[in-house]
Ligand binder design. Sequence first.
Ligand code: G6Q
Length: 552
Amino acid sequence: MAAHVQPLTKRRATKRSAWSALTSHYKTVSKLHLRQLFADDPKRGERMALEAVGLYLDYSKNRVTDETLKLLVQLAEELGLRERIDAMFSGQKINITEKRAVLHIALRAPKDASILVDGKNVVPEVHSVLDKMADFSNRVRSGAWKGHTGKQIRNVVNIGIGGSDLGPVMAYEALKHYSDRDMTFRFVSNVDGTDFAEAVQDLDPAETLFIISSKTFTTLETMTNAHTARSWSLAGLGNDETSVAKHFVAVSTNAAEVAKFGIDTANMFEFWDWVGGRYSMDSAIGLSTMVAIGPENFRSMLNGFHQMDEHFRTAPFEANLPVLMGLLAVWYNDFFGAQTVAVLPYEQYLKRFPAYLQQLTMESNGKHVTLGGKEVSRDTGPIYWGEPGTNGQHSFYQLIHQGTRLIPCDFIAFVKPLNPLGRHHDLLLANVFAQTEALAFGKTPEQVKAEGTPDWLVPHRVFEGDRPTNTILAEQLTPESLGKLVALYEHSVFTQGVLWDIDSFDQWGVELGKVLAQRIVPEIEDNAEPLLKHDSSTNSLIRRYRKLKQAQ
Ligand code: G6Q
């Protein structure tokens, strides 16, 4: 076990006292309505807000009192959050099941920083890869990098999946405003052939560059898509193998596999085993982002990440944005029994942000055993989901307002629009404020009756309120503010994981399905009828598929 991890006995003892204080406190707080909390403290909305590194968090519409926050902070202290933060930032191997350091914070560290992994400073390597990415991006953007036929590259297709896809897609969509509009960017992830076919159907191979993004360079989906891309590209370029060097580059930790695929390792952008897939959008995995928005904007995004890292590392817990958000998530998950958190960006460019967060939060904290391998004693990772506003208001918000479940929501909005059009932005923001107001305060039967509603209809039109929300307000969606926002959630996830005493950085849960799929592939593809040894359901599904496939 790594040296920084507290002995289990100590952790358990402190855990009991801090959690139990909150358990009895919950009994009082759960009976207090947000209406009352606001009535009792007219300045609550100003007091329970925090501004740091340019992000403003209003957490006043949460079902908490000062005492709740004090106890939650105490819980974090007792469970060693400070030591765990220090352990992560100093490169200790806190991903204990994979025996790896967790250093996405090194990806955005300034040049003069020193972060040691096994005694070696990793910061110079990070900057040398960033410089190589910048040089490449500039050459592609300027047209200096030519395709095999001498044509300029106009299309970039990133092939990757999971952490090697969701970050790049989200960042591209989020920062489209800053991207080179003369270029086309596509993202292929699914092993479903439709994904590839649709992505390239209107592209000219002579103008298309593929970025094969895979940490391991062995992932089934990515390698299948990469080989299909290779054939598609070669077919369009006279089957000249030398064209691969001009139309394929790789982002990986596995030089041997990259070379085996036929990509010159000079065109490989490296990252390291201490970067988890879902924490890699600011590593070389962000190459497509850099080509899209240019190196300067990419560096400004890294700077945003770094500002949030420093805030997280140094701010006292009660004034620490990611810590507060993490503590609130735990409060609802473990005391109110909330199953989910809705993330609702009121910013069209953030349309893929909830999908990105789903991997970040659920792959990280979807764990059922503690660091010591014991069954956890309380629920871990809530389900994160969401859609951009105002669209969701006309669909699933009904359940958030009037359903029987408690769904804490994060509303995200920006003061300045990127596309100012008439009254659009004022209307958008009015909706953010109206939603959090309606969720917190609702509408009482008296108010509904006073509007002249007939008695039979009153219950249907009552809004209980008391639905908790966070509102995150930033000045404008920029590369820098995106970096801050992503780092905010990364560190909130870390905070939650520390409170649950779990490894937020492994992902064994994705393994079993991968292994079983590899076993089934030959059973599906073999011409001879295979001897199937699965359960009766799986066996008959395979037989049915084989039969219908052969009949075609
Ligand atoms: C992320 C996971 C996972 C991973 C993909 C792709 O934290 O590890 O989503 O990113 O399975 O893996 P490769 O980059 O190795 O292809």
